[in-house]
Write a protein that binds this ligand. Structure first.
Ligand code: P6P
Length: 346
């Protein structure tokens, strides 16, 4: 008799990483980085799930560099990510949404990767139990940034020099903390999803070689339409066409789905198709989302899954950052949806 295991059931993240290393897709250094990030995500998942019980909801009483009120879990999630990356011994510099400037890892633990991340995106949803997520990107340290780690400005400049997504973003991913905890990542060879099995504390392969649906996908648009009045005219015309074009052409009109949490809205778009957007507007011409640790990593994933990530006028992965927390208008989703959107913004 032969034992049968489901194709995914026993493919834990660590087994998957060892297989990728054996196949030469990644080296052991990257395997250690991703395993360390997965450990951070497991810890954050546990804290998010128990937030209301462990008095982890509410404000931390401080603001981040973005001028946003930090939630308790923002601060703690950031510490968890930083600690796991330091312990990996493979990280040289950390750039986080929750850190004013990039942070060098002490020499003894330093490695050759720069890791950028938003440790807990969408945390304004935490108190309501709505899905939130962590987003990360891993760049190879092509310059010795650590030599400047006592000069904040030089270190930040080195990070933006190194973190050019189009040619130096080696891996990216997100972990969604929702009805299930799903870690989705790419190392440049397809997109893979791992669902946390709390009964054994392991991420297990659940979404093999993910591809975003094309025209066969669901007609879903995901925007905060509360900002409609501040949008440029081309975008307003685009939005109107989604709401009326379908009916006029006799086809099913679009559905609006907006969680207000990038990771949740992105994950649904990746699985079902459609478009998510956080446009610039008359108040914030560059929108709200950050290039380095939100739009670039998410755009690497969507392109590896056959979709597109755009500012509406430019491919996200063609943009070289000029400062760590810079914002860009962001549209992401099925290729035909982004192409249609861009046709209104010419
Ligand atoms: P708004 C969360 O704060 C976030 O950065 C993204 O996760 C989310 O998509 C967006 O902002 C929501 O912003 O202005 O619609 O509340």
């Amino acid at each position: 008799a032969t034992t049968t295991t489901t194709e995914y059931g026993m493919n834990t993240l660590n087994v998957w990483l060892l297989k990728q290393e054996a196949a030469g897709t990644i080296d052991s250094e990257m395997a250690i980085m991703l395993s360390s990030i997965a450990t951070a995500c497991k810890q954050i998942s546990s804290m998010v799930t128990r937030a209301a019980i462990a008095d982890m909801t509410g404000l931390a009483g401080a603001e981040n560099v973005q001028g946003e009120d930090q939630k308790k879990l923002d601060v703690i999630s950031n510490e968890v990510f930083c600690n796991c990356l330091r312990a990996s011994g493979r990280t040289s510099v950390i750039a986080s949404e929750e850190e004013d400037t990039p942070v060098g890892v002490e020499e003894t633990y330093a490695g050759n990767y720069i890791c950028v991340f938003d440790p807990l995106d969408g945390s304004s949803n935490i108190d309501a139990g709505v899905s939130v997520g962590s987003i990360f990107g891993i760049y190879s340290e092509t310059e010795q940034c650590l030599v400047d780690d006592d000069d904040e400005e030089k270190l930040a400049k080195c990070v933006t020099n190194v973190c050019q997504p189009g040619n130096n973003l080696l891996a990216s991913g997100y972990c969604m903390y929702s009805s299930s905890c799903v870690l989705v990542l790419t190392v440049g060879d397809g997109v893979y999803g791992f669902t946390l099995d709390p009964s054994m504390g392991e991420f297990v392969l659940s979404h093999n070689n993910m591809k975003i649906p094309g025209t066969e996908g669901q007609k879903i648009y995901s925007f905060n339409e509360g900002n409609y009045a501040m949008w440029e005219e081309g975008l307003q015309n685009y939005m109107t066409s989604l709401k009326t074009g379908g009916a006029e052409q006799g086809s099913k009109p679009y559905s609006a789905r907006y969680i207000g949490s990038l990771v949740g809205d992105f994950h649904r778009t990746l699985l079902y198709g459609g478009i998510y957007g956080y446009p610039g507007d008359s108040k914030n011409p560059n929108g709200k989302l950050r290039l380095l640790y939100e739009c670039a990593p998410m755009s690497m994933i969507i392109e590896q899954a056959g979709g597109k990530g755009s500012t509406g006028r430019e491919r996200i992965l063609d943009i070289d950052p000029t400062e760590v927390h810079q914002r860009v208008p962001y549209f992401v989703g099925s290729k035909h949806e982004i192409d249609y959107l861009e046709s209104f913004l010419k």
